[in-house]
Write a protein that binds this ligand. Structure first.
Ligand code: ATP
Ligand code: MG
Length: 343
């Protein structure tokens, strides 16, 4: 990829980044309807297509290199569009290299461990991208908004009480730093939905029979706590956007834009990792040269010694002709390769 493209991706990602150490307030600092310089959904589709192709290429290299892993943490309010974002952004990548884990109300077994245990068990392997659909950040979001969740965690008395949230922020930051230091890169995305857009999406779930299954009266009850969630998420963003694992607040009122922006943020992390295909050692190259000789000697009568090489050469010739035609203006005049009946 050209440095110009890389720069553009970095600039785009920076639009959504929460500056480490800054104190943010969701309602004041972020507009859920922001759509940068992408005017229409139609332009967005092309951009997303390009982003998805880019991600596929980088993921292949990440897997081949087998050195770094990527953990995407997706947080949002109900109906924020987490599922759709995962579906669209990851649509082009090899499913073998991706894992998705959702985190719901903790089980009895999970509550019998420290609060990061269940997340640590699902971390990516090297070469893999893992997506957390909800993440360890629920531990300072829903658990903070509903402190009875903290009671269920069976913490010793000295670990509860005043200072518990400040301590959790520190512990999360330390854990993420440890992961980053060991080759696991975090990409933290908060889908920022407006209260009005959430209302519309809930109504859609009621209005369309095929969406009814998504409706949950629990979501309506949680909506009553809107301000508390805004406050908890603002605190979370202010305390856990770090140099090694910054947060990105993605405007989520337009689903199509949220998907582009999420793809850009993930692509930026991969560009920064810059995974490379492993290079082949001199000994392995010698081995390959010998194998080549053997295969060439096995060509049946009348067959090309290396049919693949022939095909490649044909493709190159065709591409060159197309470029030449373009230069001489033939393409502009409507005389394309196809019309000439290219061989
Ligand atoms: P969808 O977006 O499709 O509704 P979801 O992620 O909201 O999926 P649900 O089963 O609807 O899945 O909800 C999961 C619930 O689990 C949420 O209400 C969330 O607040 C809760 N939850 C997640 N983590 C924790 C936690 N650590 N402690 C308590 N509750 C949690
Ligand atoms: Mg839900």
């Amino acid at each position: 990829m050209s440095t110009k493209q890389e720069k553009r991706i970095a600039e785009y990602a920076r639009l959504f980044r929460v500056k480490p150490g800054s104190k943010v307030k969701l309602g004041r600092d972020f507009d859920p309807r922001f759509k940068a310089d992408v005017a229409r959904k139609k332009d967005g589709a092309e951009l997303l297509g390009r982003g998805i192709a880019l991600l596929a290429d980088y993921q292949a290299r990440l897997a081949a290199q087998d050195t770094y892993g990527v953990l995407v943490c997706l947080q949002a309010l109900d109906a924020g569009g987490k599922d759709g974002t995962i579906r669209h952004v990851m649509s082009g990548v090899n499913p073998q290299g991706v894992a998705v884990h959702g985190f719901k109300v903790p089980s009895a077994e999970e509550l019998d461990h420290d609060f990061l245990w269940r997340y640590a068990r699902r971390l990516p392997q090297r070469g893999q991208i893992t997506i957390f659909n909800r993440s360890h950040y629920e531990e300072v979001a829903v658990v903070r908004v509903h402190p009875e969740n903290l009671d269920r965690q069976k913490l010793p008395a000295e670990s509860k009480g005043a200072g518990v949230w400040a301590r959790r922020y520190r512990e999360i930051n330390d854990w993420e730093r440890y992961l980053t230091d060991n080759g696991f890169r975090l990409v933290k995305i908060f889908l920022n939905l407006s209260r009005e857009e959430q209302r519309t999406r809930f109504l859609k779930r009621l209005d369309l029979p095929e969406k009814n299954w998504k409706f949950s009266s629990h979501d309506i009850a949680e909506r009553e706590r809107w301000d508390d969630y805004q406050e908890a998420f603002s605190e979370m963003l202010s305390h856990t956007s770090t140099r090694w694992a910054p947060w990105y607040v993605i405007p989520a009122d337009r689903k199509w834009f949220a998907r582009i922006a999420s793809a850009v943020v993930l692509a930026n992390a991969l560009v920064e990792i810059d995974p490379r295909y492993p290079t082949v050692s001199r000994a392995a190259r010698k081995d390959m040269a010998r194998a080549r000789e053997v295969l060439l000697s096995q060509a049946p009568d009348g067959a090309a010694a290396d049919p693949f090489e022939e095909r490649l050469a044909r493709r190159r010739r065709k591409a060159k002709r197309r470029d030449d035609a373009h230069e001489t203006g033939l393409v502009a005049a409507g005389v394309s390769d196809g019309k000439r009946g290219a061989p």
